[in-house]
Write a protein that binds this ligand. Structure first.
Ligand code: TYM
Length: 338
């Protein structure tokens, strides 16, 4: 499975239902690279409780739904190590050590913390320190690359800063002077920041209040059609690409390009100057439906079996072996124990 390949790792947190934004920025990116690297994909369930979750049963159901959805989207379980974060205790253990090597100022600068914390009255410490847990997720497996959407770039860069700091402080005790590997974010050229269909100035989000703004991976064809037909555009009446002047139309063009795997310039040329928004919307509906229909079919097939458990058991065992070795090394290097 591994050989001399470099390592790739990514995850999508089960804090809400997966959207077409997560597909374009996260899953699609992962699928594109999964065979090229020694790939790790996991369900970061411990991240999900950084925002309030009122029903633990729903959290559990969602973790399973995410796992089946990854498979339905095309994750290759024979090539990837696929697991659930909370089943590998080293994530938590390493996060503590990294927290003690991360500055409050660094975490205060995280834009996602600023956005999310403005929505709640009582903010848990976990929301503040969550990028450190994410750094532990990446660092434990010596991941070289991390495919994510644009909103996660800052977190991967923080992980990289922590790695440099830890290598500077403890690297001399390790072979090659390097304790950890510096990770690089892999960001899609197109589709790294899909916008909300009802408010195209905001990113499409799993936790959006208005479900009309997000297309969920399990939405049926009629719902997809309704949501795209009602997507907010503008009164200009001409189709051209300008994310500032025409955010709604540009978002639809981006969605089309990302899902049809067509270079954005070709898509822009194709639609440029056309006058009927309905025609553009129809094409976007077609492409979204054609991507999601097989995912849905496969998901409902997998849901009836226990296949995912077999894959996750195997993934957990491999992840645990690698992660616990790494944790033991770092724990002895920082001086823990007898
Ligand atoms: P999460 O769960 O918020 O998002 C999962 C992936 O989807 C991308 N994404 C988007 N891409 C394009 N347009 C959008 N509107 C959009 N919204 C989200 C995200 O950038 C991400 O790639 N902290 C991470 C999960 C995580 C992780 C990790 C990722 C935990 N540990 C280690 C990589 C490596 C998160 O909350 O992503």
């Amino acid at each position: 499975m591994s050989g001399n390949k470099k390592r790739l790792l990514s995850g999508l947190q089960p804090s809400g239902e997966l959207t077409i934004g997560n597909y374009c920025g996260g899953i699609n990116q992962f699928l594109q690279y999964q065979e090229q690297y020694d790939s790790f994909l996991f369900v970061p369930d411990m991240h999900a409780i950084t925002v309030p979750q009122n029903d633990p049963i729903k959290v559990k159901e969602r973790i399973r739904r995410f796992a089946n959805l990854y498979l339905a989207c095309g994750l290759n379980p024979d090539r990837c190590t696929f697991f659930i974060q909370s089943e590998v205790p080293a994530h938590n253990q390493l996060a503590w050590i990294l927290e003690c090597h991360t500055y409050m100022g660094e975490l205060s600068r995280m834009t996602q913390f600023k956005d999310k914390s403005s929505k709640y009255n009582n903010i848990g410490c976990g929301l503040f320190t969550y990028p450190v847990l994410m750094a532990a997720d990446i660092i434990l497996y010596d991941a070289n690359v991390v495919p994510v959407g644009a909103d996660q770039k800052q977190h991967v860069e923080l992980a990289r800063d922590i790695v440099k700091r830890m290598n500077g402080k403890y690297g001399s005790s390790c072979p090659g002077g390097q304790l950890f590997v510096e990770p690089t974010p892999l960001i899609a050229k197109v589709g790294a920041r899909i916008k909300d269909l009802q408010d195209p100035l905001k990113k499409m989000s799993k936790s959006a209040e208005n479900p009309m703004g997000s297309i969920y991976l399990l939405d049926d064809d009629a719902t997809i059609k309704k949501k795209i037909n009602r997507a907010v555009t503008d009164n200009d009446g001409k189709i051209w690409f300008d994310e500032e002047a025409k955010p709604g139309i540009s978002n639809l063009i981006t969605l089309y390009a990302a899902l049809s795997k067509t270079p954005i310039e070709d898509v822009i040329n194709r639609f440029n100057g056309m006058e009927r928004y309905g025609d553009l919307k129809k094409e976007v509906i077609d492409v979204v439906q054609s991507v999601l229909q097989p995912v849905r079919d496969e998901y409902y097939r997998l849901e009836k079996s226990d296949y995912v458990d077999k894959v996750l058991d195997r993934g957990r065992d491999r992840a645990k072996e690698i992660a616990s070795k790494k944790y033991e090394l770092i724990s002895s290097i920082v001086g823990f124990g007898r």
